[in-house]
Write a protein that binds this ligand. Structure first.
Ligand SMILES: *Cc1c(COP(=O)(O)O)cnc(C)c1O
Length: 455
């Protein structure tokens, strides 16, 4: 057998609908609550921030939702994405496991994130919106939305976590190339930003703060809405094109995955790959083990509480039931900026709570070691976030070696790391600290979760 096994689909295989796992959960999701009243929120509460079409998807009970032709047409620029078998990595690990990966780094922005950015830009444009605000950590989401905004003629303002703004000038240049405006957060453009700067003038920012800024601006203007790159039900929904393609590609490979691994920041690339397979399992089809991997320094699923919390640091968002480290928790610096969020998608959290999925946490040194081994065998420089998925797959493959069993492992290579070479430079220089998070700060953040009567 050839060493290069690449499984390609045709344009006609781009899915025609998104898959909505919320319609098939064994137990329903907990409602989203208004922070003032403690009552479930309705569509009107979300209308200042999101277009009606997306609010409808957020609460939809339909198992499938048709993808507009205009969105499919943009998907055609890079979809379907390839699925590879990592034979060279298998050999380097000397494992009997068969390792497959779905590669989402072929999109213009270099990750899975355009799958939802394009859909969100389309629906906002269709409802007459002219401008979107958003936050970005490492810059992947900001680049994806900037790209989508350029295609649909929308202005895009990106509040970028200050430490990334300073450390990742190329990501910023990419967003500006697509025509977006990039603002270091906390900024003096918003009340939240000014308040935080007054309290902590040298604040390096966080995703939670940047979200507050973007939400504040969108909430105050009729022509502007807010766009989120992960966590929300409609974002996870849009990502399911990934898994639907992978189901077909695994069929073509003649293998069904025994275990699927993906990294989790807010849960969207994980959901995208995993939900179509989990749907088959929930409908009584084939069993599959599903593992979410996260950084030990932001251990939302492995150490967080499953409780109602705010999505942002400034407490402007509704309350959602999710695994959370507390909305005021700021993890120590590490390179996988896309995995530094304090919360987790409610659907992913719910599946974890029901015992349908598992979670593992890894240090960034472990992840970079596996990421470099992957680059040297498979040729792709993985995004720092994606090295967490690789590390999970490597752990599973080595378990197969120990047990002498040949399982099929599928993981999501959510993006390339071509804009993250500073992280690799630091790794090779031995400068990657595995500075643990502050236990006392985590306990403090968890002790201030908002009280919710319904729980
Ligand atoms: C943003 C990002 C992630 C983390 O976000 P999820 O919503 O959990 O997928 C993972 N990988 C890459 C490449 C990203 O850009």
């Amino acid at each position: 057998m050839s060493d290069t096994v690449k499984i390609l689909l045709n344009e006609s295989d781009i899915p025609e609908s998104w898959y909505n796992i919320a319609a098939e959960l064994p137990e329903p999701l907990q409602p989203v609550l208004h922070p003032g009243t403690g009552q479930p929120i309705g569509p009107d509460d979300l209308a200042p921030l999101f277009p009606m079409a997306l609010i409808g998807q957020e609460v939809s009970a339909e198992p499938t939702i048709e993808i507009p032709e205009e969105v499919r047409d943009v998907y055609r620029m890079w979809r379907p994405t390839p699925l590879y078998r990592a034979r060279r990595l298998e050999r380097a690990l000397d494992t009997p496991a068969r390792i497959y990966y779905k590669y989402e780094g072929t999109s213009p922005a270099g990750s899975h994130k355009p799958n939802t950015a394009v859909a969100q830009a389309y629906y906002n444009k269709a409802e007459g919106i002219t401008k979107l605000t958003t936050e970005t950590g490492a810059g992947q989401w900001g680049s994806a939305l900037a790209f989508a905004g350029a295609l649909f003629g929308l202005e895009v303002d990106v509040y970028m976590v200050k430490v990334s703004f300073q450390q990742k000038p190329y990501r910023r240049a990419l967003m500006e190339s697509y025509g977006a405006r990039c603002v270091a957060s906390p900024s003096d453009e918003t009340e939240v930003g000014r308040r935080i700067l007054a309290e902590t003038p040298d604040s390096t920012g966080s995703l939670g703060i940047a979200i507050s800024e973007a939400v504040e601006v969108a909430g105050g203007r009729d022509d502007t809405k807010y766009s989120l790159g992960s966590v929300l039900n409609h974002v996870l929904l849009h990502q399911t094109v990934v898994g639907q393609e992978a189901v077909k590609q695994m069929e073509m490979a003649g293998d069904y995955p025994d275990v699927i691994v993906a990294c989790t920041g807010g849960g969207s690339n994980f959901a995208g790959l995993v939900f179509p397979f989990l749907g088959e399992k929930l409908r009584g089809g084939r069993d599959v083990r599903v593992v979410a991997t996260e950084p030990t320094n932001c251990p939302t699923l492995t150490k967080g509480k499953f409780a109602y919390d705010f999505g942002d640091t400034g407490h402007l968002t509704p309350l959602v039931k999710m695994h959370t480290l507390g909305s005021t928790f700021v993890p120590p610096g590490f390179h996988a900026g896309g995995l530094r969020y304090h919360g987790m998608a409610p659907i992913v959290s719910h599946l974890k709570d029901l015992g349908i999925i598992e979670a593992m946490a890894f240090t960034q040194s472990q992840c970079f070691a596996s990421g470099v081994q992957f680059a040297r065998t498979e040729g792709i420089i993985p995004a720092p976030e994606a090295t967490h998925a690789i590390q999970g797959a490597v752990v599973e493959a080595l378990k197969c070696k120990e047990e002498g069993t040949a399982r099929n492992i599928l993981f999501n290579l959510s993006g390339h790391g071509n804009f993250d070479m500073q992280a690799y430079t630091d790794y090779f220089a031995g400068d990657l600290a595995d500075e643990p998070y502050d236990e006392a700060a985590l306990a403090e953040a968890l002790s201030t979760l908002p009280p919710v009567a319904a729980e």
